[in-house]
Design a protein around this ligand. Structure first.
Ligand SMILES: Cc1cc2nc3c(=O)[nH]c(=O)nc-3n(C[C@H](O)[C@H](O)[C@H](O)COP(=O)(O)O)c2cc1C
Length: 365
């Protein structure tokens, strides 16, 4: 996370049992990044990773040099994100790193697999930052990832919109191996940002984000404030459509200062819709433990799992799902579907739900 992913937060997340991530480009030079990695090693003995984000920029940073700093510092887990990651993915793979590529579409995920990435971080439209241009939320995107990446044996984690154990349980149910959280970790004791910004997140609702730069196909989800409202106004009303009209308002440096001076309206800063689910500022350890407990409770009470063993119903459901996705629909499942159709057909609401229509057309549920 730009201007947030320093050693303080990465080490706290790793010490809590997660995988902390340092943001490479938050460091002004590759040499500073090497120092930050060394600093993080002093704060945790647990594994942590580094994110390298490749974004369109008038003066792009020397991505190759940042990648070299990551490799020569002995980092073994890298998260890549952004445009044309092929060159850096190759560099990391040649150096024996495990590469998690973060993306917002299945098309990009499949390309990253071809480029050699080991794991995907699937970022739904709810997410903070670069949401992409397809606007697919995680309920669909994660299941599509399960369908497409599952066939290839590529694991994925769910990113965007996660703050609690109910979310983690949902992500696991949809096929993810775990969750990635950005905004939620911003609002922890150890996040090295001003307390006023954490307070602003706690007080915000899920309506308080804004999408900017859609006109230039570089859509970003930001915390809604005076500046984003102005950016969106210019974006809508500009006769010229020139990016230069909003450029000064979008200054990354002013965004950085927001996190230091605590004035939420001083510049633009990134946050996801998940702000609506964040109501406190725990330590990373408290947060991770709470999420684990909530997820376990949810899996046990709602999905019928206990101590890692599934009840027979849940196991059957899981088996049915995978058979459907594998294209082999077996008799038992078909029978169950027919039973369900018949039950629904006689339900007074069936027509409203479209079930009656589906039955008439002979479609499958
Ligand atoms: C303040 C902030 C800065 C971020 N900067 C980056 C970044 O530099 N590179 C990147 O790949 N993702 C960045 N992200 C996105 C997160 O890594 C993550 O994908 C996203 O926050 C997930 O959505 P969530 O906020 O709903 O958890 C940032 C997120 C936040 C909140």
């Amino acid at each position: 996370m730009q201007w947030v992913g320093y050693a303080e937060l990465a080490s706290a997340v790793s010490n809590a049992g997660g995988l902390g991530i340092i943001t490479a480009l938050t460091q002004p030079t590759p040499a500073d990044l090497s120092k930050e990695i060394a600093r993080c090693r002093k704060m945790t003995s647990k594994p942590f990773g580094v994110n390298l984000t490749l974004l369109p920029s008038i003066n792009p940073p020397d991505y190759g040099a940042y990648a070299d700093a990551i490799i020569s510092s002995g980092i073994k887990i890298v998260e890549t994100a952004g445009y044309s990651p092929g060159v850096v993915i190759k560099k990391f793979k040649d150096a024996g790193c495990y590469v998690i590529h973060k993306c917002t579409t299945i098309r990009h995920a499949l390309s990253a697999v071809k480029l050699g990435a080991d794991c995907m971080s699937i970022d739904g439209f709810e997410c903070a930052g670069h949401v992409g241009e397809t606007d697919i939320t995680n309920l669909i995107l994660l299941s599509r990832a399960r369908q497409e990446l599952g066939r290839l044996g590529i694991p994925f984690i769910a990113s965007g919109g996660f703050a609690d154990g109910q979310g983690l349980a949902a992500a696991l149910a949809l096929g993810a191996e775990g969750i990635n959280m950005g905004t939620r970790f911003m609002c922890t004791v150890e996040a090295p940002i001003h307390a006023n910004i954490k307070k602003a997140i706690v007080e915000a609702s899920e309506d308080d984000t804004e999408l900017v730069l859609r006109r230039w196909r570089n859509t970003s989800r930001l915390f809604k404030n005076k500046i984003t409202v102005e950016v969106v106004k210019i974006e809508k009303e500009s006769q010229t459509g020139k990016f230069e009209e909003v450029q000064p308002l979008m200054s990354g440096q002013r965004g950085r200062q927001v996190f230091q001076n605590g004035d939420k309206d001083f510049g633009v800063w990134t946050a996801g819709q998940v702000i609506g689910l964040i109501h406190d500022v725990p330590t990373c350890a408290e947060l991770v433990e709470r999420i684990e407990n909530e997820a376990l409770e949810t899996l046990q009470s709602k999905l019928g799992f206990a101590n890692g063993n599934s009840s027979s119903d849940s196991a059957q459901n899981a088996a049915s799902t995978s058979k459907i996705e594998g294209g082999k629909i077996e008799g038992g499942i078909e029978d169950a579907k027919q039973d369900q159709l018949q039950a629904n057909e006689n339900h007074p609401q069936a027509q409203l739900w479209g079930v009656g229509e589906a039955k008439k057309r002979g479609s499958k549920l």
